[in-house]
Design a protein around this ligand. Structure first.
Ligand SMILES: Cc1cc2nc3c(=O)[nH]c(=O)nc-3n(C[C@H](O)[C@H](O)[C@H](O)COP(=O)(O)OP(=O)(O)OC[C@H]3O[C@@H](n4cnc5c(N)ncnc54)[C@H](O)[C@@H]3O)c2cc1C
Length: 403
């Protein structure tokens, strides 16, 4: 690890944002021999949020050397169960997806976000050739051969390519004049961690209710799970006002007492449901990854998995350019990355949006379509396996470190 550059230093790539996406990219590039700086403060992460990392993301973290230390703190998702709790006339029987059916031990692993970020930070601090600049980026300007960042702590830094991994409110995106499309849903998610009397047996269960999905995801030890409970904004605010004992009772009731008596066992959150998409994740000498490039509701464990696919794909594009002696910040070097990421983000955003809206619409034809889709997946083996494989790791151009 190197320290803050004095006034001006030049790199092949400068990554802005020391969250999960930025840290993973900085590590991947440095391990590939690319001169990289990571710009961002290492603030504590303590929101009680967990992320279900799908198989491809875990392979990627393993390739970065981060997974061995994280694995003991992650719970496998061996089965996914979907229960239609909408009260619809076209209510299919519960659907059950089993990872071993597609040759995997687990669809993914659930880990607390704070642990993931800490694990990545520890690896970054121990990586000799990675320059960590513990300051926020204030300004960005793209020149002919390089882009320049100004830092809040003073000084500037130049790179052939600057990457914005600075989250949903990305300052770099704004500075580059990239205008996102944003939207919101009339819902919010209650999030927390629960301790429960009965074991989860590595099963994640999603109840589809009229107000949105209610999802329990296993955590290590067998008797803890994370909760993402999407509901209308008013009910969510009222639920957030309950004390821990009353909230635990409400969760137990919605879970049909499947995991027995429950207790709140972590910080609680109230997350607004909103979305953001971009016409392109690339500008002049700039690429955007993670939530700087796309935001959608916490449904179906997609957000960071998509973010890590951005990161792994950008790593491949930069490595190819550097190996061929080309400029990694040129439009030509980033064209394939931009195309692939636009498509992947659009597919995921559309799928999450369609599922969420289909639950909110109490129209019979919509209910029938959703019910038939779930029923088809339950009864038609090849379709179910195709959906499971695509959900875990889309075949379409999987980045090299995810294969
Ligand atoms: C309730 C909930 C549940 C979720 N569950 C899942 C799940 O199961 N699976 C999944 O894949 N995803 C899930 N997600 C999504 C996932 O949490 C996000 O996609 C992920 O945290 C985004 O990471 P990021 O690194 O892109 O952004 P962030 O975590 O927002 O990191 C951005 C970083 O940039 C820094 N920064 C900002 N501005 C500057 C600046 N000017 N200069 C320098 N640094 C800056 C910030 O301080 C921060 O460190 C969930 C989200 C929610 C809300």
């Amino acid at each position: 690890m190197a320290t803050l550059p004095p006034t001006s230093e030049s790199f092949a790539v400068a990554v802005v944002g020391a969250g999960a996406a930025g840290l993973a990219l900085a590590l991947a590039l440095t391990r590939g021999g690319v001169a990289t700086a990571l710009v961002g403060r290492h603030a504590p992460v303590a929101d009680g949020r967990t992320v279900a990392l799908l198989d491809g993301s875990v392979r990627f973290l393993d390739a970065l050397g981060v997974w061995p230390a994280l694995a003991p703190h992650a719970s496998p998702l061996a089965e996914l169960h979907i229960v239609d709790d909408t009260g619809s006339l076209f209510r299919p029987p519960p659907a059950r997806f089993v990872a071993t059916e597609i040759g995997l031990e687990a669809f993914g692993w659930n880990v607390e976000s704070a642990r993931l970020v800490e694990g990545l930070r520890a690896q970054a601090r121990g990586t000799e050739n990675l320059t960590l600049v513990e300051s926020d980026a204030e300004g960005f300007s793209a020149g002919e051969a390089e882009a320049t960042l100004t830092l809040t702590e003073g000084g500037t830094l130049s790179a052939r390519l600057v990457v914005g991994a600075d989250g949903a409110r990305s300052r770099l995106r704004e500075a580059a004049g990239i205008v996102p499309r944003t939207w919101s849903y009339p819902q919010a998610a209650i999030t927390t961690i629960l301790a429960h009397a009965r074991p989860h047996r590595d099963v994640s269960t999603e109840f589809h209710t009229r107000q949105g999905p209610f999802t329990l995801v296993p955590l290590p030890g067998g008797h803890r799970s994370s909760l993402v409970w999407v509901m209308g904004e008013g009910p969510a605010r009222r639920m957030a006002d309950l004390d821990d004992a009353a909230l635990a009772r409400a969760v137990e009731h919605q879970a049909q007492a499947m995991l027995g008596a429950m207790r709140i066992d972590g910080p609680r959150g109230l997350v607004p449901m909103r979305g953001l998409s971009l016409p392109s994740p690339v500008g002049a000498r700039l690429a955007l990854v993670g939530e700087a490039a796309h935001v959608f509701p916490p449904i179906g464990a997609q957000g960071l998995n998509l973010g890590l696919r951005d990161v792994a794909a950008l790593r491949d594009a930069v490595m190819r350019a550097v190996e061929d002696g080309r400029d990694p910040g040129s439009r030509a070097a980033l064209a394939g990355f931009a195309r692939g990421r636009r498509l992947d983000a659009r597919l995921r955003t559309t799928a999450v949006d369609a599922l969420n809206r289909s639950l909110l619409a109490s129209l019979l034809p919509v209910d029938a379509l959703r019910g038939l889709g779930l029923l088809a997946m339950t009864t038609i083996g090849p379709l179910r396996r195709l959906v499971m494989r695509e959900g875990v790791l889309p075949r379409l151009g999987a980045p090299s470190l995810m294969r």
